[in-house]
Design a protein around this ligand. Structure first.
Ligand code: SAH
Length: 459
């Protein structure tokens, strides 16, 4: 970049134009838009120059240039359109301390004037270092088209409004306000012939009201996957959501129910795979709620079951953000439904355990002894990897190897699969399971149960 672009403050300063022909007139047209004091030295000025002088737009000296004419001028234009005369003009003006542009002579000019798109106070300057004037003209034409005539007016009015807009906190909030003004509200007001300043006040009120509205977080259970297993409350929350922050377990079919304008953020967490840390998730929820958003924190199944709900609630409480918990159908419910069994059954089990196969420390220890008694039922979450280990524990504590075990994979989803096994072959049964799966310990599918030899014997 040989020519460094700057915007020169001309208010109260002199600019000298040397020469009075067409080139001078063309330059003057541009210079007269500025606030500088324009001086012209020309012994034979064009009629336009005479008229401008008569109207007081510039100061005309009807004579040849003399030393000192360019004193106190930061810039001067040599416009004789004659190389020898312009070279002399340049030398004289430069001796006065001005930077000199020789019209249409890039090589001899000390500065150049860019192509300009003028939407005062918005000015776009385009320069190509003389390499591609045609391209510069094309860019200028494109920009002229792109920037509506109202741009300048909008910017001018905005300038006077900047202090008032400081009522909005600096950063994203204030940027959103200005973006809406320049992109939609402002141009619309100009087009409709409305008072742009009144529009600005109205827009600011709207943004301030949104700012004052506190954010809220719904911690929502998305159910096991089938969108029809969402609660009505969950659907309503999704309808209102500004932001949806969801786990990997939540399928697209559920996410599609979110309000169309909602921002959907995935904080996927699957097994031991890559994930967003819990602290990052907490921070993300708080950040959006603090910005005034209605956040739906969407978790697979029921948020109160192996959902790390408490950590998120603690973060919200610490941040003073209001929240509500919307329960969902947990994987255990969907899984027993898939095999037409009950989680509890009179005469068989009066209690049921919801277990996790692994916790933060690795495989999770449980009361295997209690679970080994006949008739016990447990719904084991996140149990695939721990299957072999759990099998060993249970057998060691005396559970019958023939205890029925059912793996329900992708419960309630179109790709739901049911794997029947016994405790003896539990580990092997998990080999073939790719999706999220729930292990139902102590339960076999109803139909399969009818066919078990034990049952036949009892007949
Ligand atoms: N809060 C969730 C559980 C999260 S822990 C709930 O209430 O269901 C994640 C575990 O849930 C998975 O490892 C799997 O064991 C189980 N799971 C979730 N969705 C499932 C589904 N559709 N089918 C089977 N198991 C599922």
């Amino acid at each position: 970049m040989n020519h460094f672009p700057i915007f020169l403050a001309l208010e109260g300063r002199r600019v000298l134009v040397i020469g009075g022909g067409d080139a001078a007139v063309a330059k003057l047209r541009l210079l007269l838009k500025s606030t500088g004091h324009i001086n012209v030295v020309a012994s034979d000025p064009a009629p336009e120059i005479l008229a401008w002088a008569a109207e007081g737009h510039l100061t005309l000296h009807r004579r040849e240039q003399s030393p000192g004419d360019a004193l106190c001028c930061p810039i001067a234009y040599a416009c004789h359109e004659d190389p020898a005369r312009d070279a002399a003009a340049l030398r004289m003006a430069a001796a006065d301390g001005a930077l000199v542009n020789v019209v249409d002579d890039l090589a001899n000019s000390q500065f150049i004037t860019p192509a300009i798109v003028d939407r005062d106070p918005v000015t776009v300057a385009i320069g190509t270092e003389g390499a591609a004037p045609v391209l510069a003209r094309k860019i200028k034409a494109d920009l002229e088209e792109r920037l509506p005539a109202s741009t300048g007016k909008l910017a001018r009015i905005a300038k006077g409004f900047r202090r008032i807009a400081e009522a909005l906190p600096m950063g994203a909030k204030r940027r959103a306000f200005w973006a809406e003004y320049y992109e939609t509200a402002g141009p619309r007001a100009v087009e409709a012939g409305e008072d742009v300043e009144a529009t600005l006040h109205g827009l600011l009120d709207t943004h301030l009201a949104a700012e004052a509205r506190p954010g809220h977080v719904d911690l929502v259970g998305a159910g096991p996957g089938d969108p029809e297993l969402l609660t009505l409350k969950a659907r309503k929350a999704l309808d209102r959501a500004d932001v949806v922050i969801h786990d990997a377990l939540v399928p697209d079919a559920v996410l599609e129910l979110a309000r169309r304008e909602a921002v959907i953020l995935s904080v996927g967490k699957r097994g031991f795979g890559p994930s967003t840390s819990q602290a990052e998730i907490d921070a993300l929820i708080v950040e959006h709620a603090r910005a005034g958003a209605h956040v739906v924190r969407l978790k697979g199944g029921d948020p109160t079951i192996f959902g790390r709900l408490d950590e998120e609630i603690e973060a919200l409480e610490a941040a003073g953000v209001s929240y509500a918990v919307v329960p969902g159908i947990t994987a255990a419910s969907a899984s027993v439904a898939a095999i037409a069994q009950s989680l509890t059954k009179r005469g068989r089990n009066g209690s049921v355990r919801l277990l996790t196969g692994h916790d933060v420390k690795g495989f999770a220890d449980q009361d295997w002894h209690a679970l080994s008694r006949p008739g016990e039922v447990a719904a084991i979450y996140m149990g695939k990897r721990a299957a072999r280990w759990m099998q060993g524990r249970l057998l060691m504590h005396g559970a019958a190897p023939s205890t029925p075990v059912t793996l329900v994979e992708n419960a309630s989803r179109p790709d739901q699969r049911i794997h029947t096994a016994t405790l003896a072959d539990l580990a092997a049964a998990t080999d073939d399971v790719a999706g999220p799966a729930l292990i139902l310990f102590g339960l076999a599918p109803r139909a399969a149960q009818v066919q078990t030899p034990a049952f036949e014997e009892a007949l």
